[in-house]
Structure formats: C-alpha cells, structure tokens
Ligand binder design. Structure first.
Ligand SMILES: [Zn+2]
Length: 158
C-alpha cells in the first residue's frame, strides 16, 4: 500500500527522557508512515511547564535521531500554537459544535466520567469555562488493527 497523503505523528511530553514504551510507540508510528511513503511529524507536548524536565526536549530529539527515527519538517511545539487553537475553538463555537461548561469537578464526580450535559443548552461565557464538544446522537464504529471492531455512542458513553 502506498499513500503519500498518509501523515503519522509522534507527540512526546518533555517531562522526562523517552522511555522504552514511548520509543516502541514512536517506532510503530514511524513504520506505519514509512511503509506507505507517508510523512511522519513530531509534535512536542509542552503544555505543562511545571512538569517539564530541563533538557528533556533535546534528549528526546537526540534519542529519536539515534534510533534513526527521522521526522519530516520542523518540530511543532504545542506551547507556540495557542492562536491556532483559539481560532479552531472560535470556529467550533460558531458552527454550534462546542459549548462552554461551568460545572465543577465536584459537581460531576458522581457521574463516573460521563458528562450529563448540564450546560449543553446553556449560554455560559467562555471565560474560565471548560469547552465541551457537542457530538451527534450517533454510534461511531471503526476497526482497530489490534483490537478489532469497536463502537461507541459518544454522547451517552463518554
Ligand atoms: Zn457543565
């Protein structure tokens, strides 16, 4: 199979050195992309500065290079993409696909991780609110190469 439009990626968090499990995940992703002549991108998940370890970014890049996992293009740093994300959030709100939620974790803890939709039809200000996605009342299905057939109703199960 050759699909030069295929884009794989690896997104390490610079909170420490690359551990073996992450290296295996990077290799699998790299092989998937290279097997179809696709691109393999690298995105540094540097969104939590207090948890970052000094020197981890460079160490991760050096480890990937040492194992021959060369990425395409420039490394993307999440911390430098706030404007792009804000633009997407604006677009989702304008399309009615997102809404602001002011529920506290305390309010939601009894729902076992399934949001009951309290704010779905409210008109809360976005400032200081969580942003939730409005998902259609559909069952989503896909075939995972390892796990097989999978389906889930996002609105009711997530
Ligand atoms: Zn809410």
């Amino acid at each position: 199979m050759t699909d030069s439009s295929y884009i794989g990626r690896f997104a390490p968090t610079p909170s420490g050195f690359l551990h073996f499990g992450s290296l295996v995940a990077a290799l699998a992703s790299w092989l998937d992309a290279r097997a179809v002549n696709g691109r393999w991108l690298l995105r540094m998940e540097d969104t939590d500065p207090p948890r970052e370890m000094p020197g981890a970014r460079d160490a991760i890049l050096q480890t990937l290079e040492r194992y021959g996992l060369h990425w395409d293009g420039e490394v993307v740093f999440q911390s430098q993409r706030h404007d792009a994300y804000a633009a997407v959030v604006d677009r989702l709100f304008n399309m009615g696909l997102a809404y602001a939620c002011t529920c506290s974790r305390k309010q939601l803890e009894r729902y076992n991780g399934i949001y009951p939709g309290f704010c779905r039809n409210a008109e809360h200000a976005r400032e200081g609110a969580a942003i939730r996605l409005r998902v259609p009342e559909l069952i989503y299905r896909f075939t995972d190469r390892v796990q097989g057939e999978y389906q889930q109703h996002l609105g009711r199960e997530v």
